[in-house]
Ligand binder design. Structure first.
Ligand code: TYD
Ligand code: MG
Length: 461
């Protein structure tokens, strides 16, 4: 028999290598590879029955002969959460919920699991970060003093797996995956190798027992789930919390979902009594200026099924020899590109200026439809002239200076009209064909190119 081979795992990115190297081949970090034994051979597994029962023994069948069963879903009753999940928790599904500390992960999951327990499901809440007393305090605060949710304060994987086997819950929350460790592994608790191995074992348990497992994960300052991005491909659903911890609103976005649509968002408000769903969220990310101010432009974003109005703010200020370009909630590389397009095609130069842009409310906007609003906010700040009252814009801007249509532009315009916006600068292909009552009160300026958009705005001064 071949001897078990050693593998080397990077403590930064979780990448592996068959031999030791000074530099990680995946992320190029130095001195981060540490030795750990590869997966033990079949038959010698460390986790006893749980692991052994997983060897797939199914026959090979043509697709037509495999029964296409829909997934068994369990709605949590929290509408906004069910919306991002694609209808509820799926039996045997593994969900990863990431987000900044203090954003409300534990709060939301306790609310969800309590609702499921009340609906008759057998649940389990494993807490590694807080004591049972702290969880109990949260449940009192949430107005759930009579909650029957079984709580297990535990961080050792083998004990958690044992409890899962003996109690067979319908759903188990692991809060958080970063605190779980296995003493079968030599690497330190919290290291990438530990987190990845523990998540893999929990995932296999979910698949073999039908228990839904929700893993809570922390996000680092850089926005990656601490250590292991590797977890993302292991699980079925990845949800991220967004939002400013200083404001009351929170967004949950599905960035991967094997059981539903991605980019669907759920919106919550943090209240005295936990997170409450916001069913009509379109206007919550607008800061309320009494009068228009320079450097502010509202856009309509549409990720998922509901349009959302978000204010984009820009500040252009004279910079030093190497001016800064900073963005919050928007892509920084894209900002650099838009500045170049502004210069080349609209003659707006910011070379010697610091440029800061921000999406209000801690929202992250990844769709290129934000381009036009970003560029108009920047020019408005540079000129020191506000855009007109009730102004919105959206549209992707290409390197050649062309303004490209945004998906479902008419829905975006309808929402803006509904909320009383008056002026819209949008891609030509997004303008409504016929006179529709839904756009009443909104003057729409269709544009084909960025310089045209600039002209329209100057004409509105
Ligand atoms: P928490 O769920 O502990 O965050 P996470 O698990 O993501 O780290 O949420 C903590 C914050 O939420 C904390 O600052 C207090 C606040 N909060 C409320 O405002 N209302 C509530 O009912 C609860 C339980 C928490
Ligand atoms: Mg927590």
């Amino acid at each position: 028999m071949a001897k078990d081979k050693s593998i080397f795992t990077c403590t930064e990115c979780g990448g592996t290598s068959a031999r030791w190297m000074g530099k990680c081949p995946s992320c190029n970090a130095w001195n981060t590879l540490i030795e750990g034994s590869a997966e033990p051979a079949a038959g010698k597994n460390r986790f006893g029955s749980v692991h052994a029962s997983l060897a797939p023994t199914s026959d090979v069948l043509p697709l037509s002969q495999i029964e296409a069963a829909d997934f068994e879903r369990h709605p949590t009753g929290i509408d906004e959460l069910d919306r991002v999940l694609g209808g509820g928790m799926v039996e045997g599904g593994v969900v990863l919920i990431g987000g900044d500390p203090g954003i409300g992960k534990s709060t939301l999951l306790l609310q969800a699991v309590d609702a499921l327990q009340r609906s008759g499901m057998n649940t389990l809440y494993v807490t590694g970060e807080e004591s049972g007393a702290q969880v109990a305090m949260r449940s009192r605060r949430l107005g759930l003093p009579d909650s029957q949710v079984p709580v297990l304060p535990e961080i050792q994987l083998e004990k958690i797996l044992h409890t899962l086997q003996s109690r067979q819950p319908g759903i188990a929350i692991i809060d958080s995956i970063q605190t779980v460790y296995s003493d079968q592994l030599t690497s330190a608790p919290g290291s990438v190798a530990q987190v990845r191995e523990c998540a893999a074992h929990l995932t296999r348990t979910a698949k073999s027992t039908g228990t839904t497992i929700v893993l809570v994960g922390h996000v680092t300052k850089e926005g990656a789930l601490a250590g292991p991005r590797v977890l993302e491909h292991m699980v079925d659903t990845v949800l991220y919390f967004e939002g400013d911890t200083h404001s009351n609103f929170r967004l949950i976005r599905a960035i991967k979902n094997r059981f539903g649509a991605v980019n669907e968002i759920g919106v919550f408000a943090m209240t005295e009594k936990g997170l409450k769903g916001v069913s009509n969220p379109s206007a919550i990310f607008l800061s309320q200026h009494a009068e228009p101010v320079p450097g502010s432009c509202v856009m309509v974003t549409l990720e998922g099924t509901r349009p959302l109005l978000v204010e984009i703010q820009a500040l252009v200020d004279s910079g030093g020899p190497s001016p800064r370009r900073l963005s919050v909630g928007l892509d920084r590389d894209r900002l650099a590109m838009l500045l170049a397009v502004l210069h080349r095609h609209a003659g707006v130069a910011c070379m010697d200026q610091d440029v800061f842009v921000n999406a209000v409310g801690g929202v992250r906007i990844s769709e290129p439809a934000a381009d036009l609003a970003v560029m108009l906010a920047i020019t408005s700040s540079l000129r020191g002239k506000p855009l007109p009252k009730g102004f919105i814009a959206f549209g992707e801007v290409g390197l050649a200076g062309e303004v490209r249509p945004a998906p479902r532009g008419q829905d975006r315009l309808k929402e803006a009209a509904k909320l009383g916006f008056k002026v819209a600068v949008v891609p030509k292909a997004n303008t409504p064909k016929k006179n529709d009552k839904a756009f009443e009160g909104l003057t729409i300026y269709p544009v084909d190119r960025i310089e045209e958009a600039m002209q329209v705005v100057r004409g509105l001064d």
